[in-house]
Write a protein that binds this ligand. Structure first.
Ligand SMILES: *Cc1c(COP(=O)(O)O)cnc(C)c1O
Length: 362
């Protein structure tokens, strides 16, 4: 069976190693996964307590409009309810955006390396991909502006950027929006928004008042620790949101995921702890890297991209047999580095010792 021509050059997503597989393969009893930027502190205890009460009505389709979550989120973000689109993770919002705006003959602009789903979904819709290399881990915004033309539909800004962690400073973001033509949608993917140093918060949602062509993406998968429940959302003008909701499947989030997200939203203590621990443990890890002579990119996220004198695959393999799963740079389009999720203090100390041992062997 012949799929679209572009499928000849495409492959399914290769996920990070699964914990159970690694245990079996290396005969390990314990694995620490620092590969997918999940929350090392789990998720809110309030969500755990609430889930057993969500088990009635599984035979009934969910509220596709996600009314309760929508009301609460609109209030917290100070936007209208009609400005929100919910998805099966923000991954799905990326897909919905591509399906709504991209087609053959149009192009879309993104950094490289960045989150791979922009390119993947854009290719499926037949759009031309224009990739602009990062500069020292940061988006090269002037160069991205330069390549915009009349056929450009979407520019993707990932901030903090995955896999480097660099945040687009607010000034640069506003300057970009100011210069970006109005026919181009600017998608600001803020999957790590809750981790950004509060002093550097770009307050991006408030920019929607000035820039009608902006879409902000957020998720419950990272700092809220609900990756498994798959809830993300987009914030945009009412006009754009209406279009996205035409594309969106009618029941794309479940009642359990909606109510869990709503409960997580209200547990500000859990979020505060996550934020604080991440900053403390990230600073300690950065200090370790400095002392070990390892360079890394600036990071406002819950991960650090560490540059290596060897291939990323090599350190990845060493850590794997010692029970730590990280993400090799080679797999992320950036050779000679690894992306490491910031874990708990104990796990990071153990990891640092392993990296030290590794460096002594090369
Ligand atoms: C993790 C991640 C997402 C996707 O998260 P969902 O689980 O689909 O909500 C989106 N963008 C970036 C940059 C990410 O790192």
């Amino acid at each position: 069976m012949q799929a679209k021509l572009i499928f000849k050059n495409m492959a399914p997503y290769t996920p990070g190693k699964q914990i159970e597989d690694v245990k079996k393969e290396y005969g390990l009893s314990r694995i620490v996964k620092l590969a997918s930027n999940e929350n090392p502190f789990g998720y809110s205890e309030k969500v755990r307590q609430a889930i057993p009460n969500m088990l009635d009505g599984l035979e009934i389709y969910p509220d596709g409009y996600a009314k309760a979550l929508r009301e609460e989120l609109a209030k917290r973000l100070d936007v209208k309810e009609e400005q929100l689109t919910f998805g099966c993770g923000s991954d799905e919002i990326v897909d919905i955006l591509c399906r709504t705006f991209l087609e053959n003959g149009k192009n879309t602009i993104m950094a490289t390396p960045t989150f791979p789903q922009y390119k993947h979904n854009a290719l499926i819709q037949g759009a031309e991909i224009i990739e602009v290399p990062l500069k020292d881990g940061y988006h090269d915004l002037p160069s991205m502006l330069e390549v915009i033309n009349s056929e450009t539909k979407i520019v993707w800004l990932c901030s903090p950027n995955n896999p480097t962690g660099a945040l687009i400073p607010k000034e640069d973001l506003v300057n970009f929006l100011e210069k970006c033509p109005e026919h181009v949608l600017v998608v600001l993917d803020e999957a790590y928004y809750e981790y950004i140093d509060h002093a550097k918060n770009p307050n991006s949602v408030s920019l929607l008042n000035n820039y009608e062509n902006l879409v902000v993406l957020r998720t419950f998968s990272k700092a809220y620790g609900l990756a498994n429940l798959r809830v993300g959302y987009g914030v945009a003008s009412e006009e754009i949101t209406k279009l996205l909701n035409i594309t969106r499947g009618p029941f794309n989030t479940t009642t359990i995921s909606q109510l869990s997200a709503l409960t997580a939203l209200k547990d500000t203590e859990f979020l505060k702890k996550t934020y604080q621990e991440n900053i403390t443990n990230k600073l300690a890890f950065m200090q370790f890297c400095n002392e070990a002579g390892l360079d890394f990119y600036d990071s406002e996220a819950n991960f650090l991209f560490v540059k290596l004198p060897t291939s990323g695959d090599q350190l990845f393999a060493y850590l794997l047999k010692n029970g730590f799963i990280v993400r090799s740079g080679e797999a992320l389009g950036h050779p000679n580095g690894v992306r490491i999720t910031i874990g708990s203090k104990e796990n990071m100390e153990e990891l640092q010792q392993l990296i030290k041992n590794y460096l002594a062997t090369i």
